[in-house]
Design a protein around this ligand. Structure first.
Ligand code: 2IT
Length: 444
């Protein structure tokens, strides 16, 4: 079978699922040679089996809003792959969420979790619930209703959800509370918990910190670092927040943040109290970044993305396909040296190819944003042993994990001229581990 025939089969099986096909295609293109030249992988049909989720659970989530009206949303959990550990991955609440979105994320998560060196399978869940403008009581009732069904499908050795877009510490708390009540079991069934009840130090910061640690490793290969660099960050949620803190700590200046409404440009840099304000913006549930411009008197560019600004480093931390071909061209002509993804699949395939062609340091999210889920696994380890590590311990482990992910990317992605293809490197490393485990475990 040729790669083209293989992809045709996958597209036929998943009609109209554009995001899922985009994510799968990128992986298939980079792992095909590794797959087809390994008789054991081919005999076990591991690539096709890895692409197909082991199970998808779809359920209705009825709940009552503040006006007493009955609302309905759809809940979904994609249990993608359990070859190397229990399903693990976040929950996303956003109006546009559908099966295709969550299948793309669960597939990416499977390879990402494999890369972390830790024992986690891949999964993702969510709902088309839109948190924007909802009251705290509405958020609580929705989270409880969502967990009323999800609880029977998850467990600390089965499937361990976490947060993602629209799901932070508050939502994790409400979901955990309902799980504990229904299961009559206090256990590490979800990560991103509060520090007083099983959460890990640095979990909120971990994805953003990890992204910067990864970029640091990339910059090291060129003999440079964050000090004195201008950085464009997109988004203003948890990942952007962590990345902004760490990049600023390392002496860089973060000059942009963005939201669905546009972007802000802060020439002096997002630092100190302005970073704290990001948390308030998030908790307001308004989902607009313009509030930052109004509060601190900096320029706001409605309807625009931050990639027009001249920077050395770009950290796309908002959402999928937020940086396209045109943006990549602008960044390259403005002299960007490093593009490191904090979000999942924020660069379009065309943008990725341009970065590769220009030999820019470019890292895909499944490698560079894996610090979040890695720290989730550290949380699971602490829960399982009823212990609690210090911030220093967790941060040191996180830094080591990001270094080892970078090393795997180099091993599998280095080219003859020394250029590191992080896309190829991460896909092959992530794929091999899961593929070998699937072969070891037989046709199940
Ligand atoms: O995309 C991601 O890696 C996450 N949303 C975190 C998943 C997790 O289980 O911590």
């Amino acid at each position: 079978m040729t790669m083209h025939e293989f992809m045709e089969k996958i597209e036929k099986r998943n009609p109209g699922e554009e995001l899922f096909i985009q994510a799968v295609k990128e992986v298939v293109e980079t792992v095909w040679d590794t797959y087809i030249n390994n008789p054991r992988f081919v005999k076990n049909n591991v690539l096709e089996r890895m692409i197909e989720p082991e199970r998808i659970i779809i359920f209705s989530v009825p709940w009552v809003d503040d006006q007493g009206e009955v609302q309905l949303n759809r809940g979904i959990r994609v249990q993608q792959n359990s070859a190397i550990g229990p399903y693990k991955g976040g929950i996303r609440f956003q109006q546009s969420v559908n099966v295709s979105t969550l299948k793309f994320l669960a597939f990416e998560q499977t390879l990402k979790n494999s890369l972390t060196t830790l024992p986690m399978g891949g999964g993702k869940g969510g709902s088309d619930f839109n948190p924007t403008g909802k009251s705290d009581s509405e958020i609580m009732r929705f989270c409880q209703a969502f967990m009323q069904e999800l609880f029977r499908h998850i467990g600390p050795q089965t499937d361990v959800p976490a947060g993602d877009m629209g799901v932070g510490a508050r939502e994790v708390g409400y979901m955990f509370g309902m799980y504990k009540k229904l299961a009559n079991n206090f256990t590490g069934v979800i990560t991103g918990k509060g520090l007083n009840w099983g959460g890990s130090r640095f979990r909120p910061e971990a994805t953003g910190f990890g992204t910067v640690y990864f970029a640091q490793e990339q910059l090291k290969t060129k003999g440079t670092n964050f000090a004195g660099k201008r950085v464009a960050v997109s988004g203003f949620g948890q990942v952007s927040w962590g990345a902004t803190i760490k990049a600023t700590d390392l002496g860089a200046k973060v000059v942009t943040l963005s939201g669905p409404d546009g972007y802000i440009y802060d020439e002096k840099g997002v630092s100190g109290d302005k970073i704290k304000y990001m948390v308030d913006m998030k908790l307001s549930n308004r989902n607009v970044v313009k509030d930052y411009a109004d509060k601190f008197g900096v320029p706001f560019f409605p309807g625009k993305r931050p990639w027009d600004v001249k920077v050395d480093i770009a950290l796309p931390c908002a959402t999928q396909n937020e940086l396209d071909e045109k943006d990549a061209k602008t960044l390259i002509s403005n002299g960007v040296i490093c593009v490191t993804e904090g979000a999942n699949m924020p660069c379009t395939p065309e943008a990725m190819h341009l970065f590769k062609g220009a030999k820019i340091l470019y890292a895909p999210g499944k490698a560079s944003n894996a610090g979040g889920v890695s720290t989730s696994c550290l949380e699971m380890a602490q829960n399982a042993t009823h212990c609690s590590w210090t911030g220093e311990e967790v941060d040191a482990k996180l830094q080591n994990i990001m270094k080892s992910i970078h090393e795997q990317c180099v091993i599998h992605g280095i080219e003859a001229d020394g250029f590191i293809d992080y896309v190829k490197g991460s896909n092959i490393a992530g794929f091999m581990k899961v593929a070998n485990a699937m072969c070891d475990q037989g046709v199940v």
